[in-house]
Design a protein around this ligand. Structure first.
Ligand code: GLU
Length: 588
């Protein structure tokens, strides 16, 4: 039965509206309790979801409330033009299901979509990104609507109103928000609509000032009143398409942009044709646990499965060997996904990649005493022995995105990753609508990467680009034990793996498993590492022949949850990465 929670909504709206514009709720990164919980990167979004849980909503209701709020407070990674992947554990049916809300390319998209007709060469990444070409049909609203219809107890309208109130009231500009604008100054500065919202007076808003977005509030209210048809088949979608086809390039730009700003070819028919997909989750058995993940077009589920299967096969004995095997297996899995995984990979190939037989075939290449030279070659899916083919490098992708983890008093669990691709997507705010466009289509390979073998991730008509997003739910004896996910482009896969390995293999408590320093081997010459990972494990790993690339300040910004006996829950967000996240539980 669908319940329309008038009282709950009224109370939530009052709580949020009554707060002064500059007050973000104070929530720490870890919360222990019972009755469900929520973790996101943002205190306002966590509070919005928690309020729904408190008023009797379930995990899906709370997740949609949090996602809609993130569209306001994290507008450079979320919102109506984003897309992502949701993994859901249904406590009543004891099943794990998924929603693929990934962006889809235009019907006219061809494999040479990102090749410049003038010279026959692929566009530079930034040239493709900041254009109308990079925007795919967003899956966010279709995901919200589908999830609520299938599993929710609240109407979409009732969950959008509080987020609209946050957009109207505004929120305080913090260092992260300002940094994300600064990092995108030249891109944002090319468009009147983006300048007006994020570069008031030609510069990023001051720290602590109030960021309001009445256009987005009105967009949310229109969708609340008219349903998602207002977006996919109505005036909001028409505005989106107009913006893609005629980017609102400013006559008075802020900063200079090195490239022409190309129009896109997305149409209102493309929007009207969009449907979420419901692929079966991937599943790997790891030490008696069932690890559920996201199938294609994400490569997250198969890659996480492959690494865990290899790890189980190799059964490393100490911390150095665990990390060595994790890094080696990650390189192998990235080579394999580059060769085999794209939107249309056959179920047989996916099953093979996630199988113990494949893990055995790949694990036999790993030596405990000597790291493989990188890049490693993909395995031969048609063979059964250790038969590496010629090595190829797989291109990397972006660094933004967001993740939320939610559970409720009934035991349902939502693990959900969504994104605009880069921070700030393609840099263009839809005029009068208050939301930014995604640049998700740049997750396609612009040109073939696999030599003479076919590339599974070239653009195609209506095709969805390959992703690395890896929302993961782990069951123990058929019940939720752990859930985790992270942003971070291709490092999403390794971040989720490290959290799982830290918790399940190295026995760290979950908050430590998230806080621990990260290192990521994605089949490139050097390991990408946070400085603390490099310092702590560098000597032992270097002795085994690993090399390190330039260190990076941060990898990922995860959220996770552990379910303890008798209904206990530990909700965890990052303690420091990206300024620290916010976790809360229903009852402490
Ligand atoms: N677009 C990326 C993907 O789908 C995620 C972007 C990011 O996390 O930065 O894999």
């Amino acid at each position: 039965m669908r319940i329309f929670p008038v009282l709950a909504v009224a109370s939530l709206a009052t709580t949020l509206i009554a707060a002064p514009a500059s007050a973000a709720p104070t929530l720490g990164p870890t919360a222990y309790g019972r009755g469900g919980g929520i973790a996101t990167v943002d205190a306002t979004a966590t509070a919005a979801g928690l309020d729904v849980l408190r008023h009797g909503g379930n995990a899906i209701d709370a997740a949609v409330a949090a996602a809609a709020t993130l569209g306001v407070t994290e507008p450079f990674v979320a919102g109506p033009a984003s897309g992502g992947f949701l993994v859901y554990y249904d406590a009543k049916r004891h099943t794990v299901s998924t929603i693929d809300g990934r962006e889809a390319g235009p019907a006219t998209m061809t494999p040479t979509y990102f090749i410049d007709p003038a010279d026959g060469l692929p566009y530079d990444f930034q040239e493709a990104r900041v254009s109308g070409l990079s925007t795919g049909v967003p899956g966010a609203l279709a995901t919200w609507d589908t999830a609520l219809r299938q599993w929710g107890t609240r109407s979409l309208a009732s969950l959008l109103w509080p987020a609209a109130a946050v957009a109207d009231r505004g929120f305080p500009v913090d260092a992260q928000f300002r940094q994300q604008i600064n990092d995108n100054l030249a891109a944002f500065g090319q468009f009147d609509s983006t300048k007006a919202l994020y570069l008031p007076g030609g510069a990023p808003p001051a720290l602590g000032s109030t960021q309001r977005n009445p256009d987005l509030a009105a967009t949310y209210r229109q969708i609340a009143a008219q349903g998602i048809g207002a977006f996919y088949r109505g005036p909001i979608g028409a505005d989106l398409v107009k913006t893609v086809q005629h980017p609102p390039v400013s006559a008075n730009p802020v900063g200079t942009w090195a490239y022409p700003i190309r129009p896109g070819v997305l149409t209102t028919d493309d929007l009207a044709a969009y449907r979420v997909r419901r692929p079966a989750p991937t599943v790997a058995d790891f030490r008696g646990l069932s690890v559920y993940g996201m199938s294609t077009p994400s490569s997250g589920g198969t890659a996480v499965s492959e690494v865990l299967n290899i790890l189980e096969k190799a059964n490393p004995a100490d911390v150095t060997q665990v990390l060595h095997t994790y890094l080696e297996a990650s390189a192998l899995a990235f080579a394999d996904r580059g060769r085999y995984v794209g939107a249309y990979t056959s179920p047989d190939v996916l099953r093979k990649l996630a199988s113990d037989r494949w893990a055995a075939q790949r694990a036999c290449q790993i030596s405990p005493v000597r790291a493989l030279a990188k890049p490693v070659a993909p395995g031969d899916i048609t063979a059964s022995g250790c038969t590496p083919a010629a090595a190829t490098l797989t291109p990397d992708n972006g660094l933004s995105t967001t993740n939320i983890t939610v559970s409720d008093r009934w035991g349902n669990v939502v693990e959900w990753t969504f994104t605009l691709e880069q921070f700030g997507g393609n840099g263009i705010v839809v005029p009068g609508r208050g939301f930014m466009l995604n640049n998700e289509l740049t997750d396609f390979n612009f040109a073939p990467t696999q030599g003479t073998a076919p590339d599974p991730n070239l653009p195609g008509p209506g095709k969805r680009p390959r992703s690395s997003m890896s929302p993961t739910i782990v069951l123990k004896d058929g019940k939720p034990f752990l859930a985790a996910g992270s942003p971070g482009g291709a490092s999403i896969i390794t971040t989720v793996l490290q959290i799982l390995i830290n918790r399940l293999v190295l026995g760290m408590p979950l908050p430590d498993a998230l806080a621990a320093p990260r290192g990521s081997q994605r089949n490139t010459a050097g390991i990408q590492a946070e400085p603390a990972f490099h310092t702590t494990y560098g000597p032992a790993l270097t002795a085994l022949g690993h090399t390190f690339g330039p260190d990076v300040a941060e990898i990922g910004a995860a959220t996770a949850m552990e379910f303890t006996p008798h209904g206990g829950v530990i909700a965890v967000a990052e303690p420091t990465r990206r300024g620290g996240g916010a976790a809360a539980v229903l009852r402490e």
